[in-house]
Design a protein around this ligand. Structure first.
Ligand code: ZN
Length: 123
C-alpha cells in the first residue's frame, strides 16, 4: 500500500500544485480511504473536485467514450470512468495529461483516478 501512497501523493501534488502540507496530508488520508481495486486487479482512487477539470478535457477530447471498449462513459448513472495512462507508469510513462486517456472502470489497466459521474457536472 505504501507504493500506492507515493503515487497518490504525486497525483495530488500535480493536481493541486499550491496545496499546503497540511491540506496535502488531509487529502492523502481521505484518498487512501477511498481507493479500490477494479476487475483487472488495478488500484483506482477517487478524483478530487479540482481534478474534474482534467477529466472534462479528456472527456471532450474522446467524445466521452472509453479509449478501449468505446462504451459511453456518461450514459449510465452507475458507469464510472477513470484516467488511464497511455504509456503505463510501470513502463516508465509520465503522470502528465499528455500521457492520459479516459477509460471505463472495467477497462483501466493500472492504478488511476476514479470519478463517479454523479459528482461531475456533465451536460
Ligand atoms: Zn472500457
Amino acid at each position: 500500500m505504501e507504493r500506492y501512497k507515493v503515487a497518490v501523493r504525486a497525483a495530488i501534488l500535480w493536481l493541486h500544485p499550491n496545496i499546503s502540507q497540511q491540506e496535502l496530508e488531509i487529502e492523502l488520508a481521505w484518498t487512501m480511504r477511498e481507493i479500490r481495486i477494479n476487475r483487472n486487479g488495478n488500484l483506482i482512487w477517487r478524483l478530487f473536485p479540482l481534478g474534474v477539470k482534467l477529466f472534462e478535457s479528456l472527456g471532450e477530447a474522446q467524445n466521452w467514450r472509453c479509449c478501449y471498449c468505446h462504451c459511453p462513459t456518461t450514459e449510465f448513472g452507475r458507469k464510472r470512468a477513470t484516467i488511464e495512462h497511455y504509456v503505463r507508469l510501470v513502463d516508465g510513462g509520465l503522470d502528465h495529461p499528455e500521457n492520459m486517456l479516459m477509460a471505463c472502470y472495467g477497462c483501466n489497466r493500472e492504478l488511476g483516478f476514479l470519478l463517479e459521474w454523479g459528482s461531475l457536472k456533465v451536460r
